[in-house]
Ligand binder design. Structure first.
Ligand code: AMP
Length: 461
């Protein structure tokens, strides 16, 4: 079933933008964390954890947020705003792997490796090293304007010598890793990663002015668009531009993509530390897109930005399915989304309005494909061909699967759900994932493209 659905999805042409970067990965060991704590002293680390810095300005901010992430076992991303810390990181860590990062880059490589008909990826900055991180396949294209005309090149052929390069440092941690914070022994409860994301002036999220007039053509050529990277917008830039400027452009981009044909647009939401920016992204962009994907902690942040603080707090504290369903209903209604997909470690959920052209069983299949792809990626580290879907098919559902279904049925009975289509499936969870980077993007890509494939089959696309 999952295999056939992937076959159908592979016939699609997809456009994806905006964020790419190089991920420099460190596989964290207990001794490495211990060394950092000893360097700064347990008391100083503890104190800084309590202050909970939202950005990394100095090394202790990093150590504090890292230790906090390890203690909870939750994946987190914190922006690095002080460019001078590059050398501190480079002198303290040796990177085990360098690979494609950024949602648009990860999604482009995934779709291209899955042999989709045509994958067009756009990223405003394409340095040589960045370009080399794209898979070398003939179905992958980068739009270039030459002599006033739109042409497509492979990203490796389209790089620009002087473009800035964004390097994110990713600290992968494993469940069971232990270290001491003073007298306290900490054992990491879940595998995951801590991301130090570079946020510098030179990196902007936008479509270059020469390319913008061609967005309607790109939209027309595509069956769907997956947009992400808005978390990289800064509230203010030294040249006087601000988040409002870039969000206005981002809105126009979506409208341009949809001008010739109402191409379906999926927005992949990633955590945004600044409440102000988070709110702007939600209010400006959600109403323009058809589909949104996010993880459980993100829905809580989104609800809090929309003013539903009590519900958000409940989701943070208890992570009850019932509250997530309620939050999802609020979101698709207030933003008038066609489809909302929420992924968590134990389950993935779709919430749509009752008039959605797909039935609940079809929506379920779409989520099946999503979790199976993620399980393949978690097992292999990277998906390099469509037949690797079979790896994910042999990964069992997580041990809480039955419990999840029960709780979901209970939630459906309690809440008014007649006006909605609501579907949940347990995740296929890999015990010792090779990597957890990009799993959420993989889920959203598998979900959205298979959704489109089924719409297309029904003549609804
Ligand atoms: P995100 O936090 O957006 O990157 O999404 C991560 C998602 O990947 C989780 O919500 C899970 O559904 C999935 N995932 C995480 N760990 C694993 C694993 N070990 N095996 C399979 N799927 C996973």
């Amino acid at each position: 079933m999952v295999r056939e659905l992937l076959e159908k999805a592979r016939e699609l042409s997809i456009y994806t933008a905006y964020n790419t970067n190089v991920d420099a990965i460190v596989y964290l060991k207990g001794e490495m964390v211990q060394r950092l704590i000893d360097e700064f002293g347990a008391d100083a680390v503890r104190k800084r954890i309590d202050e909970y810095p939202r950005q990394i300005n100095e090394p202790l901010d990093f150590v504090a947020r890292l230790v906090h992430a390890l203690k909870t076992g939750k994946p987190m991303a914190v922006p690095l705003v002080n460019e001078e810390l590059h050398s501190w990181f480079d002198s303290h860590f040796k990177y085990d792997v360098e690979r494609m990062g950024g949602q648009a880059g990860i999604i482009a490589n995934l779709l291209s490796s899955l042999d989709f008909r045509r994958v067009t990826v756009y990223t405003p900055h394409l340095a040589k090293k960045q370009a080399e991180m794209f898979v070398n396949r003939p179905n992958l294209f980068y739009p270039v304007v030459e002599n006033g005309r739109l042409i497509f090149k492979h990203p490796r052929e389209a790089y620009r010598e002087n473009d800035p390069l964004k390097v994110n440092r990713i600290f992968e941690f494993r469940a069971g890793t232990t270290f001491k914070l003073g007298d306290e022994t900490i054992t990491v409860p879940f595998s995951g990663r801590f991301i130090v994301s570079a946020r510098f002036e030179s990196i902007r999220i936008y479509t270059e002015p020469e390319l913008r007039p061609f967005l309607p053509r790109i939209g027309e050529m595509s069956d769907g668009a997956i947009l992400s990277g808005y978390q990289g917008i800064k509230l203010r830039y030294s040249d006087g531009k601000d988040a409002n400027h870039y969000l206005k452009k981002a809105k126009e981009d979506i409208m341009l993509l949809k001008r010739e044909k109402d191409v379906k647009v999926h927005l992949e939401f990633a955590s945004i530390q600044s409440r102000e920016l988070r709110k702007k992204v939600i209010y400006n962009l959600f109403p323009l897109v058809d589909s949104v994907g996010m993880d459980e902690s993100e829905i809580a942040y989104v609800l809090s930005a929309l003013g539903y603080d009590r519900l958000a707090d409940r989701i943070f504290t208890y992570t009850r399915i019932e509250d997530t369903v309620l939050g999802g209903k609020i979101l698709i209604d207030e933003m008038n989304l066609e489809l909302l997909q929420i992924h968590t470690i134990y389950y993935i959920m779709y919430i749509a309005h009752a008039d959605n052209p797909l039935g609940e069983e079809e929506l379920r299949q779409s989520l099946e494909l999503a979790t199976t792809l993620a399980a393949s990626r978690a097992s292999l580290g990277e998906i390099t061909s469509p037949d690797q879907i079979s790896v994910g098919m042999s990964v069992p559902y997580n041990e809480r699967g039955e419990y999840v279904k029960l709780r979901f049925e209970e939630a459906k009975r309690k809440l008014r759900t007649k006006e909605y289509k609501l579907v949940i499936i347990p995740t296929r969870l890999v015990q010792n994932p090779v990597s957890t980077v990009g799993l959420g993007d993989t889920i959203s890509t598998g979900a959205f493209t298979s959704y489109l494939a089924m719409l297309k089959e029904k003549g609804e696309l």
